[in-house]
Design a protein. Structure first.
Length: 364
């Protein structure tokens, strides 16, 4: 069905083709139906007035299907949200790498930037070079059992009538100004228990090591203020990508601490994600090139169709003339035959009858 959605507009007419955003969210794993995660991301994108009515968002949970759909020319933007429910995303690596190198625009979330999960994509399409996870230190709160009032405490101990609550949040600090930071605070925290990071594992304990691609334009937009590790990066080489280091550890159950809505609905993350999608949407070149080539092909097809119609019309005109000549010839031949038949049937017998009649006898 998804393939039909992408193919049919191409076959019907060029002007009916609508740009597509492919959104990979992962499969259903036990009770974790990750399509809910994908739908939440799609809602964030669709709520952006700049994107209203511009694209068809196609949700995909199967790697093999995603690997196929990435090659369709109508794909203008790709969002890949990988969580720890998938240990590897190796089956979408070839098509994703091809799509990016063709000039595509991609937004990666969570494990998209982890080398063990996305293999060759890490360090190229998603240049975080991550090989580890950074667990965020907990923050303790006391919540009033009667009123719901919440207060942060340094010592994880609460008075009677108050319940201790542990929360983890990733702190974001703007490292560089960029288009995708418009409308987003310079510093904010987001409910996320951890993020992917590159660490030098030869040291004990392993420590953060900054790496960046050897080619292309790399911009670290947000970083962790404690260790200066990249949390959001923009990369432009053949294609354009925005990679979020957080968001890999999620649950679709509301009662869980890692329920995805706790960060998806965060105003700063929401705006940042919208800006990221809008940015790669406008920077990509693959879709525009594909549509330009498609326009050329449609023009050729239209000309070929017109040439064929002209030849058919000319052939029909020649055939009509030929039919007229044949008809006239048949009429002439028919008249001649009628004359010949009439001559032999009536005239000749009459002549022969006159010649055989005896002459009258002379009177005496």
């Amino acid at each position: 069905m998804l393939a039909c959605l992408l193919v049919s507009p191409i076959l019907m007419a060029q002007e009916e083709a609508k740009p597509v955003i492919l959104l990979y969210h992962g499969p259903k794993v036990g009770e974790q139906d990750l399509r809910l995660f994908g739908e939440a991301i799609a809602d964030v994108i669709e709520s952006d007035s700049r994107m209203a009515g511009k694209a068809e968002i196609v949700l995909v949970g199967d790697q093999d299907l995603m690997n196929t759909l990435l090659y369709f020319p109508q794909v203008k933007c790709v969002v890949i949200a990988l969580s720890t429910w998938e240990l590897t995303a190796d089956r979408i690596v070839p098509s994703t790498l091809w799509y990016f190198n063709e000039g595509g625009g991609i937004v990666g979330i969570g494990n998209a930037g982890h080398g063990d999960v996305t293999k060759k994509l890490n360090g190229s399409v998603f240049p975080l070079f991550a090989n580890q996870y950074e667990q965020v230190a907990p923050t303790f709160y006391c919540v009033n059992d009667a009123t719901g009032e919440e207060k942060k405490v340094e010592i994880p101990r609460c008075d009677p009538g108050w319940t201790r609550v542990l929360k983890r949040a990733t702190f974001y600090h703007k490292a560089n100004d960029h288009e995708i930071t418009d409308g987003v605070e310079d510093s904010f925290s987001m409910a996320s228990a951890r993020y992917v990071i590159h660490k030098n594992i030869t040291k004990t304990p392993p420590e953060f090591l900054f790496l960046e691609p050897e080619k292309g334009d790399y911009t670290m937009v947000y970083e962790d203020p404690n260790n200066e590790a990249p949390l959001v990066v923009v990369y432009e080489e053949n294609g354009t990508s925005v990679t979020f280091a957080a968001g890999d550890q999620i649950s679709v159950r509301e009662e869980d601490d890692t329920y995805f809505a706790t960060f998806i609905e965060d105003p700063n993350f929401k705006k940042l994600l919208q800006n990221a999608v809008y940015y790669v949407w406008n920077k990509e070149t693959k879709y525009d090139d594909a549509m330009a080539k498609a326009a050329e092909e449609f023009e050729k097809m239209e000309q070929e169709k017109q040439d064929l119609l002209d030849r058919v019309e000319e052939s029909q005109s020649q055939e009509n003339t030929s039919k007229l000549l044949r008809s006239v010839l048949l009429i002439v031949v028919g008249v001649v035959l009628i004359v010949v038949i009439a001559y032999w049937a009536f005239v000749m017998p009459a002549k022969q009858s006159g010649e055989e009649e005896p002459a009258p006898a002379e009177e005496p």
